[in-house]
Design a binder for this molecule. Structure first.
Ligand SMILES: C[C@H](CCC(=O)NCCS(=O)(=O)O)[C@H]1CC[C@H]2[C@@H]3CC[C@@H]4C[C@H](O)CC[C@]4(C)[C@H]3C[C@H](O)[C@]12C
Length: 313
């Protein structure tokens, strides 16, 4: 499971928890402007926007789990098993493999509004990266400071949703989470008042009781509501250090502790890493399950005109 959020407070931040039972060879990878991107059916891009994010560093193609480009457009892929449906390629139009979609969108577009114009033309097709790497069933959150969308490639085609929450988790489809949020509108960060019945003298006896009923489990639906509650009630000074710290505190509120989530295969889902990106500066902050120190990789400190992928070890 995964949780992705945006955070607007002075600067605009984007990031996620990546919850998984194993590593996918993740490394922070910078794709400079002149690194040729070879798309399977959409052709070769010699030049494009530079981007930074966490990718599987096993290949010549940057397989991003999430990234931001130099214009502040960001995108993340999250598991969507049983619902993601990639179409058969037909050899016409803008056909993209699921593993190419982040690099394609961030390489070519500077804002969500710009992408939106072309989304109708895009088709996500069923192509494996390699025999050992079949397509992952994903849905995506795409955001900039102005707008946030969810993209879901399902049997009926590519669905595009406005996402006013700036939050995404996993199954079921986004429409469910949007409706489910209404079940929690009564929760509050403030101390509650007795609305149960005025004939009973009910009083809060501790802090935090206004949000009693906020779901605490690790399920996707619960993480969605909890991340939204933490994010939308968040208060933080607007400097970089406070914002980044606050962002990780929100993600910590929906993170997975080893042993508490056992998959059907009997393995343990954990929050492998958490990341926070300042979308204006391209600074990528992250921490891992075994090292809570926050590390920072700055896209702008590398040569963005380069022609080779930069993998940060
Ligand atoms: C596992 C992650 C989602 C975490 C998540 O949401 N967990 C929910 C669990 S639960 O289902 O809700 O229980 C997803 C997110 C992005 C994915 C990579 C995308 C590029 C590439 C695509 C290739 O085709 C296959 C390999 C590849 C490296 C992918 C590996 C893996 O699939 C990644 C990391």
């Amino acid at each position: 499971m995964c949780t992705c959020i945006t955070y607007d407070n002075g600067d605009f931040y984007f990031g996620r928890n990546l919850d998984l039972d194993c590593s996918f060879g993740e490394k922070v990878v910078i794709t400079p402007r002149n690194f040729p991107l070879d798309f399977r059916l959409a052709g070769r891009k010699e030049q494009h926007y530079a981007m930074i994010g966490m990718a599987s560093a096993v290949s010549r193609f940057p397989l991003y789990a999430e990234a931001v480009n130099e214009k502040g457009l960001c995108m993340a892929g999250l598991n969507f098993p049983g619902n993601a449906y990639y179409q058969k390629p037909e050899g016409q139009g803008m056909e993209l493999a699921s593993f190419e979609i982040i690099a394609w969108i961030l390489g070519n577009y500077s804002t969500v509004a710009e992408v939106k114009n072309d989304l109708e033309k895009m088709k996500i097709v069923d192509i494996a990266f390699s025999e050992k790497m079949p397509p992952a069933p994903l849905h995506w959150m795409l955001a900039d400071r102005e707008q946030c969308l969810v993209l879901e490639a399902v049997q009926e085609g590519l669905k595009i949703y406005e996402n006013p929450f700036g939050v995404l988790t996993n199954n079921p489809p986004f429409e469910y989470h949007r409706l489910n949020m209404n079940n929690y509108m009564n929760l509050s960060a403030k101390s509650p008042e007795n609305r149960f019945c005025d004939k009973l003298s009910l009083k809060p006896y501790a802090q935090g009781m206004g949000a009693a009923g906020l779901p605490g489990d690790a399920s996707s639906a619960s993480r969605f509501v909890r991340a939204a509650f933490l994010k939308w009630n968040s208060v933080s000074p607007q400097d970089e250090k406070s914002n980044v710290s606050q962002f990780f505190h929100i993600l910590d509120g929906v993170s997975m502790v080893r042993g508490s989530v056992i998959t059907e295969a009997g393995t343990y889902d954990i929050t492998t890493y958490s990341c926070c990106i300042n979308t204006r500066t391209g600074a990528y902050y992250y921490k891992t399950y075994d090292d809570s120190r926050i590390r920072k990789v700055e896209m702008q400190e590398t040569d963005l005109e380069g022609a080779e992928l930069i993998t940060v070890f």
